[in-house]
Design a protein around this ligand. Structure first.
Ligand code: GLU
Length: 296
């Protein structure tokens, strides 16, 4: 039995993942990992989601409205989409093991087998596709700026010359600043956006940049509300995908089928509304809900 499991784990590690090998692992040999965890999760394979199996889902833990840890509870739009999709794959909510997946670690967590899927404001890009595959997209956001409430001179990225700007290492947000707006902007990189907002509030930086929906959640958070505001001038298109092991077309198609149902039965709309209510954020209706991309 053990040798079969080991063989399956080796196949999984080589990237030839099947749905069952990818999505299911038994709790006794699955190790919980946090940010930077160096543990190796098992590639144990079972037949579908039997009672007692768990699925490891990567999310953010500090992005209110998207992926947020509140004691032992996890909330947000990414959490709701992940819960809906994994239920369609046969997992109940208590079979989900949430694993913190900071921006810079997402490809490694997937490629190293420490998570089965990632729902973490994870933009689909060609360079990420060299290491991982994506289902979806399930949401379209746009890169924007967060400034202090009394800031009057910053209305877009072209107003950042000579200013300090904070973003997160490994994000498309930081990358875009470096490639398109490098001149004159002092980019400070942090491990998470919550840390950037701290630097904005204490005056170390003049703005924070990432996706508008992330900034809206942070701006509405207790303690930040009234101190900071979203500029509201998005300058990119961020297609949020479900990160999966590279080349797993079967799981990609199953996730896409679940996302289609989620939109059709109204659950997607409900999740967007419930998680953005009170933040002043409105999803771009021209791009949402998004068209799914073909699995490859
Ligand atoms: N959606 C962008 C990205 O995937 C920015 C948000 C994030 O860092 O999660 O990089």
């Amino acid at each position: 039995m053990r040798s079969t499991r080991m063989a399956l784990a080796a196949i999984a590690a080589a990237g030839a993942l099947t749905l069952s090998a990818c999505a299911a692992s038994s709790p006794d040999d699955t190790t919980d990992t946090g940010a930077g965890g160096e543990t190796t999760a098992s590639g144990d394979a079972t037949d579908g989601a039997a009672a007692g199996d768990t699925i490891r889902i990567g999310i953010k833990f500090d992005q209110p409205g998207l992926g947020f840890q509140d004691g032992s509870e996890y909330r947000g739009f990414d959490v709701d989409v992940a819960t809906y999709v994994t239920e369609a794959l046969g997992y109940s909510a208590d079979q989900i093991e949430w694993v913190e997946s900071p921006s810079a670690q997402r490809e490694n967590l997937l490629a190293g087998g420490q998570v089965d899927m990632i729902f973490a404001t994870y933009s689909i890009t060609d360079s990420r596709r060299e290491t991982v595959s994506f289902a979806g997209p399930y949401f379209v956001a746009g890169q924007d700026l967060l400034v202090r409430t009394d800031e009057t001179d910053i209305a877009g990225p072209e107003d950042l010359e000579g200013r300090n700007l904070c973003s997160v290492t490994g994000s498309t947000s930081a990358e875009r600043i470096k490639t398109d707006y490098a001149e004159g902007v002092q980019l400070v990189e942090q491990p998470s956006y919550a840390e950037c907002v701290g630097l904005l509030r204490d005056g170390t930086v003049d703005a924070v940049t990432t996706d508008d929906i992330i900034l809206a959640g942070l701006a509405a958070q207790e303690g930040n509300a009234g101190q900071v505001r979203v500029v509201g001038n998005p300058f990119s298109t961020e297609n949020y995908g479900v990160g999966i092991p590279k080349g797993d077309v079967e799981i990609c198609e199953q996730i896409n089928a679940a996302l289609t149902t989620m939109v059709e039965d109204g659950s997607w709309d409900e999740a967007v509304t419930a998680n953005t209510e009170g933040t002043g954020y409105t999803a771009n209706a021209e791009t949402n809900p998004p068209e799914l991309m073909a699995c490859s």
